[in-house]
Design a protein around this ligand. Structure first.
Ligand SMILES: NC(=O)c1ccc[n+]([C@@H]2O[C@H](COP(=O)([O-])OP(=O)(O)OC[C@H]3O[C@@H](n4cnc5c(N)ncnc54)[C@H](O)[C@@H]3O)[C@@H](O)[C@H]2O)c1
Length: 333
């Protein structure tokens, strides 16, 4: 009889582990299946039944999309995962800020991160749980991983919202609108109007040529819409998950395909603008090793002051965390 055993050296399919199979985790997993980037997705959740239900539901779409094995597993299944995406935690309640969540979710991370690293010391940790900048820093410390391998989804979502709103206003394909939101994924975030760029021109120049007007009031209105987008969605439907699911897929794609894509992920700031020992978002080059490089932007004075404001907010929150939240593994830069 033929021996079909292809042995222990057979190439392994790419695996992504998702810890937290709630709205964000399940939506991310579903979007990842549609995208066809990986061969294996494991869902891990303290609520095992929820993870099983989501894995079953997503698997039933597989014959109609891409061949991906999706199952509900446990932490030992993180072994061999190229990326472990963490969405476990409690979500914002209506009216609650992301920073209000911090103590509850830092405690959960004290359990989740060591369980992951016990089985996987070489993968990339991608954090989505809010407040994402604080918890990415916590994950970095607890994991002991180099900071380039502990990435927060940061303002990738806010940047997408900013580009969407600008493109809607200017009646353009959003992919042709280049503009970033940096800093905290939260109330102190900073949209960088001074560098917004369309067709190789700064926004002001583009508007002058096509005779549109994006004055100060409109800018302030859009900035507020970007900042408050999550509150507005949560008020109406209880949670946000489609856009963040896609943002996570985009980051995972940049990693697995070594795309060297510039994305505003949350990472350790390497001393730019006098900011250090804090995670916040700046444009960063993302590839197979995680964050290859953080890019320093030429910011206007007000933007710079606002970015420093973010760093202060985040430093204050980190300083209030209990010691054990950030001491265990002592991450390396
Ligand atoms: N970064 C972003 O841009 C962004 C966007 C939206 C939501 N979020 C955040 O993502 C997180 C998840 O949101 P959601 O809407 O999916 O919430 P959810 O309540 O639907 O899902 C959270 C899941 O985490 C699980 N969980 C809780 N404790 C756990 C533990 N100790 N171990 C394993 N699993 C555990 C829960 O059982 C639940 O299934 C929240 O913190 C939310 O604020 C981030």
């Amino acid at each position: 009889m033929e021996n079909y055993d292809i042995g222990p050296h057979a190439p392994h399919p790419r695996r992504v582990a998702v810890v937290g199979a709630g709205n964000v985790g399940a939506t991310f997993a579903y979007t990842l299946v549609l995208n066809g980037l990986v061969g294996e997705i494991v869902l891990i959740d303290i609520d095992r039944e929820r993870a099983e239900g989501e894995a079953m539901d997503i698997s039933h779409a597989v014959p109609l999309t891409n061949p991906v094995r999706v199952w509900a597993g446990d932490y030992s299944d993180c072994a061999g995962a190229d990326v472990v995406v963490v969405t476990a935690g409690t979500a914002q309640r209506p009216g609650e800020t992301r920073l209000d969540l911090v103590k509850r979710n830092a405690e959960i991370f004290g359990h989740v991160i060591p369980n992951i690293t016990q089985h996987n010391e070489t993968g990339i940790l991608l954090i989505a749980t809010n407040p994402v900048d604080v918890l990415s820093y916590v994950a970095w410390k607890l994991s002991g991983f180099p900071s380039r391998r502990v990435i927060g989804s940061g303002t990738v979502l806010d940047t997408a919202r900013f580009r969407y709103l600008l493109s809607d206003l200017l009646d353009l394909d959003a992919r042709n609108v280049h503009a970033y939101v940096v800093g905290e994924h939260g109330d102190s975030e900073v949209p960088i109007w001074s560098l917004a760029n369309i067709a190789g021109m700064r926004l002001n120049e583009y508007c002058r040529r096509v005779q549109c007007d994006v004055g100060d009031d409109l800018r302030a209105h859009i900035s507020h819409q970007v900042r408050d987008a999550a509150y507005e969605v949560i008020e109406r439907k209880g949670a946000t998950y489609y856009a963040v699911g896609m943002a996570l897929v985009r980051i995972v794609e940049a990693i697995l395909r070594d795309q060297r894509t510039v994305l505003t992920v949350s990472n350790l700031v390497p001393g730019y603008y006098g900011i250090e020992d804090v995670y916040l978002s700046l444009p960063a080059v993302i590839g197979r090793e995680g964050v290859e490089r953080v890019v320093e932007l030429a910011l206007g004075d007000e933007e710079l002051a606002a970015l420093n404001g973010c760093a202060q907010v985040l430093h204050t929150v980190l300083a209030e965390l209990p010691d054990q939240a950030v001491e265990a593994g002592d991450g390396a830069a």
